[in-house]
Design a protein around this ligand. Sequence first.
Ligand code: RIB
Length: 338
Amino acid sequence: MKVTIKDIARECGVSTSAVSLVLNGRDTRISEETQQKIIGTARKYNYRPNRLAVSLLKKETSTFGVIIPDISNIFFAEFCKGCETAARGNGYTLMIMSSDEFPPDSMKHINTFLDSQVDGIIYVAPSNIDNRSIHEICSKIAAADIPFVAVDRALDFPSAKSVLVDNIHGGYIATRHLIKLGHERIGCLTGPLCNKISRDRLEGYRMALEEHNLPFDRNLVLEGNFSVDSGRQSLPHMQKQRATALFCFNDMMALGVYRALQDSGLRFPDEMSLVGYDDIFVTSLLETPLTTVNQPAYEIGSTSIRILLALVQGSTDIDSMVFTPVLKIRSSTRPLRH
Ligand code: RIB
């Protein structure tokens, strides 16, 4: 039988409110001896507070909902780790759901969060979602009056605070690095182009080419979907287009290209340089460590929770946040040999 506060009070000969005050560490005039007796009895019976009862009393669940687009993408695992550590440090538990890049699941997850009375929501939208669905989702959260933070993928919704990364700069520094190594035919494997992240990274790619008087060749741009498979499948196209370097808009696709390069007979990285995006930890462990654009996934996660906490506590003067990505140069990029 689960021990309750009443049982402890009875055994110690005190009131239930005295037990509650002591176990919650509140200031109390109860004698030290009685306090120790209450704590000792709670320990003896492995007493755990009833979260449901506490939630009802406090009218909050101390739970945040987090939606990510793909739980198998290491970038989002690192992001969740940052969220989880920051949430736990502040007494919150997370419910984490993945939409598996399937937009209708976002709404299902939002409904689950609302039914579970979460105190706040962190939303990373699927990469292939349209603006109308985004608007429906944001309106639903706003109507429930629950604070929320949009992460990674900017949402065009007035009340959404966001934590983003400067993707134009990311696309620019990756491409400029390859140009500086002498590459002129630089393949570009994007994410879904309905998504602003991909369009911004592509804009950065285009800017770097323009700055160095290189033509923008449509044939060198291939639309991927952020999966390992779309990376793997892109290589024949890039070879056909005589690309000497390939810039992938995330590391999962770069890992797919990496695998395909090993099977292709091409001398990698001598005949094909490769750049990824995200800097997930495995990229530095590869036999040929990957040059990649670093986005601080863990810090993005913890910052998102801090902003959400501030919103929950009623702050009104919170700014959205934009991180600046940096290039990590490793061994997968080489000067072009003619
Ligand atoms: O790896 C997934 C990609 O999608 C990342 O680059 C991140 O920015 C997200 O949008």
